[in-house]
Design a binder for this molecule. Sequence first.
Ligand code: ADP
Ligand code: MG
Length: 465
Amino acid sequence: MTLQQAKQVWEAALGHLQMQVTRPSYETWLKDTVGIDQSDGEFVVGTPNAFVAEMLEQRMYSLISQAMEKVTKGQVDVRFHVLSKEASRYSPEVAGGPGSNGHDDLQQRHIATAGGVRTPAPANGRPIYLNPSYTFDTFIVGKSNELAHAAAAAVSENPGYIYNPLVIYSDVGLGKTHLLHAIGHRVRSRGQSLIYTTTEEFTNEYIKAIRDGKTEEFRGRFRSTDVLLLDDLQFLIGKEQTQEGFFHTFNALHMTNRQILITTDRPVTALTLLEDRIRSRLGGGLVVDIQPPDLETRLAILRAKADLLRQRVDVDVIQFLGERIHNNVRELEGNLNRVVVYAQMTRSPITLELVKRAIADTLSPNSRRRLAPDSVLDAVSTYFSVDKDALKGPRGKKSVSLARQVTMYLLKEEANLGPTSIGRILGGKDHSTVVKNCAKIVHLLNVDPHLRRDVINIRDSLVLA
Ligand code: ADP
Ligand code: MG
C-alpha cells in the first residue's frame, strides 16, 4: 500500500470515528493522526506523541478497529507509531510529499467539517454555515471585549444604520468569528438575508467568477443581501484583483445601506497594503478591537464552557486552567476539552492531578522552556534507580545506557533542547550520538510498550512536579 493510499484509508476511518466520538475527543486524540502504511494485515497509524498512541491503543482500540473494518471490509490490526517531531514536520515521506503535507490535509478536512450546520439562507438561495454554538448567549463579556460586543449587538439589532462597516479587530482566537456568527444568527432570526463568507472563500469565488465570465452573477448575489459578514479580511492583502471585486461589492452594498461586517487580525491602519480607497471607506465605519481577556473573564469563559459540556468542574481546576493561557480563548477552551475527554476516557473525576496529566502536552510549550534539564536528569535517575553521575558518564551497563538514552529523548522533547546542548549536559557527548540515541528511543517507543509506559510515567512526573 502506498503512503497516499494509507492516508486515504485512514482518513475514511477518521470519517467514521468522527461520528462515533465527541468533538473534543476527536480533536484531542484523532485529529493529528495520519495513516502511514499497511502490510501483512497490519495498518500503521502515525501519532504526534507517545501519549496519544497510548490513549488510542488502550481506550479507543475497539472503536478504531471497527472503523477500519468498515473501510477495508476486512479484519486489520492497527498499530500506532509515534512520529518524531522532525518526522511529522519535515519528512516528505511521512508528510505526504512536498506541497501536500498530511497534517495540512487533515487540518483542512477538519476545518471543512467542524464548522456547523447547513441552513438555507432566506434570500440568495445558497447555504450559509453558521456555527450553532457561536451566539450572543454563549459569548462572555468582559473588559477586553465589551466594546466589540456592544457594537456587534447594536448592529445586529439595526443593521445598515449605526456603524457601517463595523470592523472587529484582534489577534487570533479571541472571538471575532464567534461575534460574526452571533450577528448572523440574530439577523437570520429576523428573516433578513445574509452572507457569511471568509475572505478566502470570497477570493476563490471571485476568481472563479472571472474565469467563467460570471462576475455579474457574482456581484448580483452579494448585492442582493441585507448583511454581509466577511471574516478575516487580512487575506485580501496583496490580492489586487479581489480587492477590486471587494470594492465594487462593498460600494454597492454601502450605498444602499446594507450592513457590512468585517473581521481582521491586523489593525486597519496597518493594512497599508490595501488600496487607499478601501482603507478610507473602512475608516467611515467603526473599528473596535478585542484584547486578550483578563483572568476574571477567562475564568467566566471556562465556567460557561464547562456548563455547556455539562461537566462539574471545581473552582481550583478552573483557576488552574485559567492561569495557564492568557492570549487565546481557543486554547483555553481546548485545554478544558482535553481535560473533560481525559476524565471520561479514564473514568475518573476531574481533579487537579488529572488536569495536569491531561494537558501535559499543552503545558509543554511554556513549561518546557522553564523545565530545567536537571529536573529531567533527576526524574530519570529516580525512575530507573540509576545514579545521576552515571547518566553523564561514559557507556556503562545496558540499563544505564537505556536510562541515558531516555534522558536524551526527554531533554529533546520536554526541555526542547538541541542535540549539542544535550550532549554537553550529559558529560560531553557527541552531537551525532545524541541524534542517534534519540532516534533509537523513538523507534523503541513503537515496539516496546513497557518502555513507552516508562517514558510516559517519567514525563508525567515531570509535568506534575
Ligand atoms: P477568532 O475568530 O478571533 O480567531 P474565534 O471567534 O474563532 O476567534 O474564537 C475562538 C474560540 O474561542 C471559539 O470557540 C469561541 O467560541 C471562543 N471564544 C472567544 N471569545 C469568547 C468569549 N468572550 N466567550 C465565549 N467564548 C469565546
Ligand atoms: Mg476567526
